[in-house]
Write a protein that binds this ligand. Structure first.
Ligand code: ADP
Ligand code: MG
Length: 238
């Protein structure tokens, strides 16, 4: 059984087909990238997986269960993007604990989880620090810890690290993959950056104009694109 399946997803915005019959199957613990140019429908796809858009055709299946009409707050699917970084008025502990509080976990359980995650991201002892007092890179790490705290069924990264400089991006990628492996998290990364997709993923889905052109291992996508459009995209400088 697959962890997550998208079946024939179609989405229009004002009569324009944004997603045009999308099919995707993701295994438990797999890291998949959806790679494609700006505007091809990547973020829309993630919103549908997370339950943030309900007006579309097709099905979303999680662990074999049809969750197409399940509310976002009942799904335990988390999106990390550039905008939803951290709650500025809360300290590091409260940020990481937020989703656990919402899920009514006990204080002991929350304390233990936050401590473990802070150690995972190399920020032991940061509990009481104000978010405004930590660096950009530390904020990124806390945001990742906050997302992982709720042990999401699927973690969605929407160009989360695109704005970072090369060094930091590389460190976040290594940290993310390390934690993903430790927790066996199923992960979908959305990016327009080919190198990022290749370095990050078990498999890559090339998305062009609301369709998945090819879903394959990174080296296959790179050396053996299956359609003209996929080949053009892989050599174009975009
Ligand atoms: P990507 O993340 O790949 O850059 P998006 O999924 O954000 O692409 O957008 C795909 C297309 O859908 C774009 O043409 C975009 O303008 C359009 N679109 C996205 N969200 C909306 C919206 N809320 N209303 C109207 N059009 C939208
Ligand atoms: Mg986007």
């Amino acid at each position: 059984m697959y962890k997550l399946e998208l079946q024939n997803i179609q989405k229009k915005f004002y009569n324009k087909n944004v997603l045009d019959g999308l099919n995707l199957q993701v295994k438990k613990g797999e890291r998949i990238s959806i790679l494609g140019p700006s505007g091809c429908g990547k973020s829309t796809t993630l919103s549908i997986i997370a339950g943030l858009i309900d007006d579309f055709d097709g099905k979303v299946i999680l662990d074999g269960e049809d969750i197409t009409s399940k509310a976002a707050n009942k799904r335990n699917i988390v999106i990390v993007n550039q905008e939803n970084l951290l709650f500025p008025h809360m300290n590091v502990y409260e940020n990481i604990a937020f989703g656990l509080r919402v899920r009514k976990k006990s204080k002991d359980e929350i304390d233990k989880k936050v401590k473990e995650l802070l150690s995972d991201i190399g920020l032991e002892g940061y509990e009481k620090k104000k978010v405004s007092m930590i660096s950009g890179g530390e904020k990124q790490r806390v945001a990742l810890a906050r997302a992982l705290a709720v042990e999401p069924e699927v973690l969605l990264l929407d160009e989360a690290y695109s704005s970072l400089d090369t060094n930091l991006r590389e460190r976040m990628r290594e940290l993310t993959i390390g934690l993903q492996k430790k927790h066996n998290t199923t992960m979908i990364l959305v990016t327009h950056d080919k190198e990022e997709a290749i370095l990050f993923s078990d498999r890559i889905a090339i998305m062009l104009n609301g369709k998945l052109e090819q879903i394959d291992y990174p080296e296959e996508v790179y050396t053996n694109p299956k359609t003209k459009a996929a080949a053009k995209f892989m050599v174009d400088d975009n």
